[in-house]
Write a protein that binds this ligand. Structure first.
Ligand code: COI
Length: 377
C-alpha cells in the first residue's frame, strides 16, 4: 500500500493510536453551543447539495507531536495565516459519509469504518499524522449526534458528513507541516446530480498516474480535474471518464465517482490494484450487494475499446457512477471522440435501479441491514 511496508504501517498506526489515547483518556471533549441555531431557516423540502451547514463543527488540532483535545464549536469561518502551508503546498485530505435517521429516530451512518481506513491511508500518503480508525469513528459519532436534529427525514435526503485535515504551519518551504487542523462539519443535502449524467471518455488529460496520489482523497486531485471537466462541460457533458495516464487505454473512474458497467448481464468495474483509483465505499457496496444476489461481478482492467465496442453492439446495457455524494448516478450518454452513445432508458435498467433503491432503503432503515454496514446510535 503506497509503497509502505505493512510492518511500517502497523507501527505508524500503533504510534498514532497511542498518541490519540494519551489525549483521549486525560481530557474530555470541550463543547461550546451556538447561541443562535439556524435550523428554522432550512427549507427541508428543497435541499441543495453542499450549501447548507449544520450549527456546529468538531475541531481538533495537532501540535507538539500530538492530537489536542477535540472541541465542538459553533460552525464559523476559520482564521488562517496567509502562509498556511496547505494553501500553498496542498497537504489537505478529506472524506465524505452520509447519515440518515430511521423512523424510530435512530441515527445510521453508512460504512464509516471504510472511510476511516481510507482517511488513515490518505494521511500516510500525504505525510500527515494519522487518526486511528476507532478515534475517527468516535469523533464522527460525537458531532453527528450533537447536531442530530439536522438529519433530514425526506426520502433521498441525508446528512452529508465532511471530515477533513489540512496543514497549518505558517511557513514558506516544502516540508511536511508540524501542525494540522482536523475538522468535521455536516450538511443536510439533497441529490448531488439531479438527472442522469452525460460523461466523456478523456484521452488526453489525466487524473492520476501510477505512484501518484490517485488513491488518496486529497484536495489537489479534485482541483486538477476542473479544467479537463470544464472542457467537457463546454461540449455538453457533465463529467469525464478518466483513463490510465500512460496509454489512455483503460477506464479508471468518472469525475467524482467510481464507475460500473453492466455488460451482458455482468457488473464490471475497474480493479483497484493500481494506486490510481480511489477505493470507493459506494462502489464496494454496490458490488457486494450484487454478488449477494447472485449477479456475476468482475473487477479487472476495463479497456476503452471493449466499452466502445459494447456500446456499439448493445452488450453494454448500463453504466453508472458510484460515490457517497452521488450514490448511484446512472449515465445517460457516453462521449468518445466525435461520437456520443446513448444508453438505454433509465426505466429499463432493472439491476442498477434495484441496487440504488436497496442501498437507499438500507441507509434509512427501510430494509434490513443484512451485512451490518450501518453504524447506529
Ligand atoms: C463524495 O462522494 O463524498 C465526494 O467526496 C465527492 C465530491 C462531493 C467531491
Amino acid at each position: 500500500m503506497f509503497g509502505l511496508s505493512l510492518d511500517r504501517l502497523k507501527i505508524l498506526t500503533i504510534f498514532a493510536a497511542q498518541l490519540y489515547a494519551m489525549i483521549d483518556q486525560t481530557q474530555a471533549i470541550k463543547i461550546t453551543k451556538t447561541s443562535h441555531s439556524r435550523i428554522q431557516e432550512v427549507d427541508w423540502e428543497n435541499l441543495p447539495f453542499g450549501k447548507i451547514f449544520s450549527d456546529h463543527m468538531l475541531v481538533m488540532d495537532y501540535k507538539d507531536g500530538a492530537w489536542q483535545t477535540p472541541e465542538i464549536v459553533p460552525f464559523e469561518d476559520l482564521k488562517l495565516h496567509p502562509a498556511t502551508s496547505a494553501i500553498h503546498y496542498g497537504q489537505s485530505i478529506f472524506e465524505g459519509m452520509k447519515a440518515n435517521k430511521s423512523e424510530s429516530g435512530e441515527v445510521m451512518i453508512f460504512r464509516p469504518e471504510l472511510n476511516a481506513k481510507r482517511f488513515a491511508e490518505s494521511c500516510v500518503r500525504m505525510c500527515m499524522p494519522e487518526i486511528p480508525v476507532e478515534a475517527f469513528l468516535d469523533l464522527v459519532k460525537k458531532i453527528v449526534d450533537f447536531d442530530r436534529d439536522w438529519i433530514p427525514t425526506k426520502d433521498g435526503n441525508s446528512l452529508y458528513i465532511r471530515p477533513f485535515m489540512f496543514a497549518t504551519d505558517d511557513y514558506i518551504g516544502i516540508k511536511p507541516s508540524d501542525t494540522y487542523k482536523f475538522i468535521i462539519f455536516t450538511c443536510p443535502v439533497g441529490a448531488y446530480y439531479a438527472q442522469p449524467v452525460r460523461v466523456k471518455i478523456e484521452e488526453y488529460y489525466t487524473r492520476a498516474a501510477r505512484g501518484g496520489v490517485g488513491r488518496a482523497k486529497t484536495a489537489g486531485n479534485y482541483g486538477a480535474s476542473l479544467y479537463p471537466a470544464k472542457l467537457a462541460q463546454e461540449k455538453g457533458f457533465h463529467q469525464l471518464i478518466w483513463t490510465d495516464a500512460s496509454e489512455h487505454k483503460y477506464i479508471e473512474e468518472s469525475g467524482t465517482m467510481n464507475i460500473v458497467f453492466e455488460i451482458n448481464g455482468k457488473l464490471v468495474s475497474p480493479s483497484e490494484d493500481d494506486d490510481t483509483i480511489l477505493r470507493g465505499v459506494t462502489k464496494r457496496s454496490v458490488l457486494d450487494l450484487a454478488k449477494s444476489w447472485g449477479v456475476e461481478v468482475e473487477e479487472r482492467k476495463v479497456t476503452v475499446a471493449e466499452i466502445v465496442e459494447g456500446l456499439r453492439n448493445g452488450s453494454v446495457t448500463d453504466a453508472f457512477g458510484a460515490g457517497t455524494a452521488a450514490t448511484v448516478a446512472q449515465i445517460a450518454a457516453i462521449g468518445y471522440r466525435d461520437e456520443v452513445f446513448d444508453l438505454p432508458a433509465i426505466e429499463s435498467r432493472t439491476l442498477s435501479n434495484k441496487i440504488k433503491d436497496h442501498l437507499n432503503n438500507m441507509k434509512s432503515g427501510k430494509v434490513a441491514d443484512e451485512f451490518g454496514w450501518l453504524m447506529k446510535f
